[in-house]
Design a protein. Structure first.
Length: 145
């Protein structure tokens, strides 16, 4: 298994900004199978979001501020988005700056875990798949195929 990619994707969805997209592209460049790499990155990134959801579910405000570095403004923005769009907002959990707060708010609001996982994984898979597809298309165009 691609443990480096899995861990990069997991960490980048929780503690700090990461380079899972860059690592995915690098592994594609090395000849990795796109569908496999997309699945591994999606699994790691989704698990990281589930950890943030779990912190929200526990309601630990200290953890929100210290580990996730989320201030009240970010959390309030995520709450507004969640209130406006509901569960489908979780399709955008991959977005920088707003994704982690969305997952946290979903936990705070006790969103059903199966729906949370389905929506978050779908959005993250679509992001990684689009990136892999663009890379493969670019490589095909450059090689003249």
């Amino acid at each position: 298994m691609e443990w480096g990619l899995f861990l990069s994707a997991l960490i980048s969805s929780t503690l700090m900004p990461g380079g899972s997209e860059a690592l995915l592209l690098y592994r594609l460049h090395e000849g990795g199978e796109p569908w496999k790499l997309v699945a591994i990155a999606t699994a790691g990134n989704t698990l990281g979001s589930m950890m943030t959801y779990g912190l929200g579910r526990l309601g630990n405000v200290v953890a929100h501020r210290r580990w996730l570095r989320m201030n009240e403004q970010l959390i309030a923005r995520a709450e507004r988005g969640f209130a406006r769009f509901g569960q489908p907002a979780l399709l955008f959990a991959w977005l920088p700056f707003i994704g982690d707060p969305l997952c946290l708010v979903a936990g705070l609001l006790r969103s059903p875990l199966p729906m949370f996982v389905l929506l978050v994984a779908t959005g993250k898979a679509a992001r990684y798949a689009a990136l892999a597809w663009a890379y493969v298309q670019g490589e095909t165009a450059l090689s003249g195929g």
